[in-house]
Ligand binder design. Sequence first.
Ligand SMILES: Cc1ncc(COP(=O)(O)O)c(C=O)c1O
Length: 351
Amino acid sequence: MKFDEIDTPALLLDLDAMERNLAKMAEFFGTGPTRLRPHYKNHKCPALARRQIAAGAIGMACATLAEAEALVANGFANILISSELAGDRKIARFVELAKQADVKGVVDNPKPVAAIGGAARAQGCRPGILVNVNVGQNRTGVKPGEPVVELARKVLAEGLRFHGLMGYEGHVAHHAEGPEKEAAYDLAMGTLMECRRLVEESGIPVEIVSTGGTGTHHLSPRFPGITESQAGSYLLMDTDYCNTCKDFERTLTVLGTVISKTEGERVVVDAGLKSISSERGMPVVKSFAGLRLRKLNAEYGIIDILDPAVSLGVGDTLETWVHYGDATVNLHRRMYGIRNGEVEEILWLQG
Ligand SMILES: Cc1ncc(COP(=O)(O)O)c(C=O)c1O
């Protein structure tokens, strides 16, 4: 397929930049003690997950059951669903999946632990479970301290496999670098290490301590007790994350076609909110300094012409940098892998 055969709007991936990001993170976590378990939710692409495993990742993390199901269907093992599972339907699907492959779940409440235990006994299997600890993000996670030990005991009492702890320091990931970020990280991970100590002191072995994102991965050597990092955004990155995390390159753009032009005022492309997210900020046009994306409607990207010398007419294409990767990837079924200006491969998204 040639580049000019791509129908718009389309999500483009710069393969060279993605491979540099892949290699950089693989090298960082190569020797341990912390290993990489990249998050699948950021790219939702089995072909990219395969490359992460080939580069040394120990398994995948994912956010939803649908993502875990996609990974299992594509032959992956060692999967951690990093969001709590609740409700009979979800728990039945989880147990079904855990029968097929090593799929672990996280819990922060005794009720789903009992439900998972009951469903697993009925199915004759023992899924692996991690207790999720609130390390300061104040989203999910059990309170640090004794509640963590109680929940770990409950997991074992239900006949499930207790693997260890998760503690996601998402509230630190987007901080600017510096002593404040390091202090916030130390507080979060120190809390998690203390929970690990309490659980182990109660006689329960802790095999996995799973944390982390792209913006904090480099701080993980401060806590050798962290066994794995769930960094995921690093592979594709986006403009928003690049503002605070300069270690990785942006790789994603959305290609649109100019469908209307008002001379000297604006061009309108066929890439709007249904193909690029403006959550977290307005995306920026690539390669044309004289154009500024002003507004996204459902199917329209409205771009002001700041420099009348920009020669772009109806039927021409232009790329816009993806500002928020997760929300944009979620709008597409495929990415076009681009190298040297040509389409090298089509990458399908699942989950
Ligand atoms: C639980 C969890 N782990 C890991 C990640 C990946 O972090 P990052 O996007 O910083 O790589 C996320 C992202 O939101 C997450 O919610």
